[in-house]
Design a binder for this molecule. Structure first.
Ligand code: ATP
Ligand code: MG
Length: 362
């Protein structure tokens, strides 16, 4: 089963729309899909035609008690052929408080354990997350191997995305499993120059990390949500149906290999010409320095070896990257703040007024 968390702390960027309609599109292609609604707003639940008030049980039963994992199959509701739902309810918003006294690990692995215990063979679990990075989103990220970040092309929230990538990077280090992160441009209106330029910037910044598929603005998506069905059941030839069908195909064609941090070998046999490249960052006052660039999908320190030394008054962070010949853009993350490399005069303008440093490997 591929477990995919749909995450962005920014509200209204298309998480729920993607969860429900990607689910519908995958199911139409013959996959068995479980939509997990982890948002107390219960928008995925409503958009799949279920009134949370009318259910006796929901994911709260699964997540609130240590032995709740076994309850998942009981609370799952069948929606359509190939599409099931783990429903949400407003009570999920009480979970954080309820679990406040428990260890971080115990609180955040509840969903992961529940999904591992499933006896039904789903091909995909798609997890709709709330617009914040709290306990529920951590549960989703721990359970997932993949992350989709919907990114609105009408408003470029790049700084927010970089913060999110940082959080995902830290978390995947902590839990010892890599997350394959992809960006999905949403709410695209190709008639406006602003949206076209923003899409260009997203592609430039995130490169291969970005899906080829783009979700266009389409009012039928709103209407389908109101009707409580995935769009392919409501308007078969609408742009929204086509876009999510294309995304489903692209996703199905790109199953990631599962790697743990122990497996991330510096040698990549498919790239025999890659070599170690060293960059350094000096700062007396910094507590933590990480590096992110197009070589590691902009996930800070992913696949990077670090060394910290003292040099006089300064602390020096040495970052060892394994790169093939080519040109790379990168930035440092110094105590959570993104900045270009002050010792590297080579730079290019990045999106949203930022500057990316440039590294050329010959
Ligand atoms: N491609 C689209 N075209 C038109 N409307 C869309 C599109 N995607 C989403 N919407 C609409 O925009 C609104 C926000 O979308 P959605 O609920 O999917 O965002 P979200 O990220 O889940 O929001 P939240 O953070 O509140 O959970 C909804 O009314 C939805 O119907
Ligand atoms: Mg939502």
């Amino acid at each position: 089963m591929r477990t995919i968390a749909i995450v962005n702390q920014k509200g209204g960027c298309g998480k729920t729309t993607t969860c429900v309609n990607l689910g519908g599109a995958l199911a139409a292609d013959g996959a068995r899909v479980l939509v997990i609604d982890l948002d107390p707003q219960a928008h995925s639940t409503l958009a799949l035609g279920i009134d949370p008030e009318e259910l006796d049980e929901n994911l709260y039963e699964v997540l609130a008690e240590p032995d709740g994992a076994a309850q998942l199959e009981r609370v799952v509701v069948g929606i359509l052929e190939g599409l099931d739902l783990g429903p949400s309810s407003i009570v999920l918003s009480a979970l954080e408080q309820k679990l406040a006294g428990e260890r971080h690990d115990a609180r955040t692995e509840r969903l992961s354990m529940a999904l591992r215990g499933l006896s039904v063979n789903y091909d995909y679990a798609l997890i709709d997350c709330p617009p914040n990075v709290g306990l529920l989103t951590f549960n989703a990220l721990r359970a997932a191997q993949e992350v989709i970040i919907p990114l609105e092309t009408s408003f470029f929230a790049i700084d927010g995305v970089q913060k999110l990538l940082e959080t995902i990077g830290l978390l995947s280090e902590r839990i010892g499993h890599d997350l394959t992160v992809r960006i999905l441009p949403t709410l695209y209106d190709g008639r406006t120059r602003f949206a076209r330029e923003t899409l260009g910037e997203i592609r430039e910044l995130f490169g291969d990390m970005c899906f080829d598929s783009v979700i266009r603005q389409n009012v039928k998506l709103r209407e389908a949500a109101r009707k409580g069905v995935p769009i392919n059941r409501y308007a078969a030839s609408a742009n929204g149906t086509r876009d999510y069908a294309a995304l489903a195909l692209e996703l199905a064609a790109s199953a990631p290999e599962l790697v743990t941090h122990d497996d991330v070998a510096p040698e990549d046999p498919s790239r025999p010409e890659s070599r170690e490249v060293v960059v350094r960052f000096r700062d007396a006052g910094a507590g933590e320095v990480r590096i992110a660039g197009d070589f590691n999908g902009w996930v800070p320190d992913k696949g990077v070896r670090s060394l910290i030394e003292s040099e006089g008054q300064s602390r020096v962070w040495t970052k060892v990257l394994r790169l093939s010949p080519g040109t790379y853009e990168y930035r440092y993350v110094v105590d959570g703040e993104w900045c270009s490399d002050p010792e590297n005069p080579q730079s290019v303008p990045g999106p949203a007024g930022a500057t990316n440093s440039v590294l050329v490997v010959r």
